[in-house]
Design a protein around this ligand. Structure first.
Ligand code: BMP
Length: 254
């Protein structure tokens, strides 16, 4: 099954559009460093019934490592019935992208987030090929980020085929052309979600980070066309992560 369909079926069966960003981290000199993995697994287990996927990024991967590190968390996610996404925002040349992608998929990740800036040939083409080889794993394109400086780059006008368009619309077009499984558009720019949704329709789902701590609003983004919401600190830093996760689940599933 293609990743796009896999996450959609988990989302439907749990009645949840919430993806947990499991962004815990610690330095080796911090007290409790050696229990970082257990803490991450505990939070995932606590909230698992309210989410449709877990997203892991560098701040957890670096201290834990891949094989026997975050791969144990990926195994747990699978035991709990949810897919795992690696958020490495991959953006190197093709041959290193290829190996990095193989390692992530070998460790069990179901999808990878990549930066479309590098382009297709000798850029992300090998990533899409490896995703196919591993039986329909997902490739998600970073399209418009949620932070303050985002417009400075993502709105740059680019000249393509005789006209100008903003960079993020070129990235959204690439998602269609390349057959991506999703695009990331930040919750803090709902008007961009609306614009990208107009282009992508129901073909490619929009993944939206930036609700909660970054100030984005779930309802606005849902109305604008977001399919999934990536939530980190507002869940894992809560006194009762499962209560916070349920609250996000409830407002996002209407
Ligand atoms: P939080 O809910 O704690 O603000 O975390 C948001 C998560 O989404 C983080 O894992 C971050 O890497 C990711 N993210 C983001 O915040 N904005 C983007 O534009 C793209 C992201 O991947």
């Amino acid at each position: 099954m293609k990743f796009k369909d896999y996450i959609a079926s988990v989302s439907r069966s749990r009645g949840s559009r919430i993806i947990l960003a499991l962004d815990l981290s610690m330095l080796p000199r911090d007290e409790g460093f050696w229990s970082l993995k257990e803490r991450a697994m505990k939070i995932l287990s606590l909230v698992s019934q309210y989410i449709c996927a877990v997203k892991i990024n560098m701040q957890l991967l670096l201290p834990l490592g891949l094989y026997g590190g975050v791969s144990d968390i990926v195994d747990l996610a699978h035991d709990l019935g949810i897919p795992a996404i690696i958020d490495c925002k991959l953006s190197d040349v093709g041959h290193t992208n290829l190996w990095a992608t193989k390692h992530y998929f070998e460790a069990g990740f179901d999808a990878i987030i990549v930066n479309p800036m590098v382009g297709w040939s000798e850029g992300v083409e090998p990533v899409f090929e490896v995703a196919k080889e591993y039986g329909g794993r997902g490739v998600i394109l970073l399209t418009y980020m949620s932070h303050k400086a985002s417009p400075e780059s993502y709105e740059l006008p680019v000249y393509v085929e005789g006209g100008f368009k903003p960079l993020y619309m070129l990235f959204a077009e690439r998602a269609l052309k390349w057959g991506a499984d999703g695009v990331v558009v930040g919750a803090t720019y709902p008007e961009k979600i609306r614009e990208v949704k107009k282009l992508l329709g129901d073909y490619i789902p929009i993944y939206t980070p930036g609700v909660g701590f970054q100030g984005g609003d779930v309802k606005n983004c849902l109305d604008a066309g977001s399919e999934y919401f990536i939530v980190g600190r507002a869940i894992f830093q809560a006194d009762e992560p499962e209560v916070a996760a349920k609250r996000f689940r409830d407002v996002s599933w209407v």
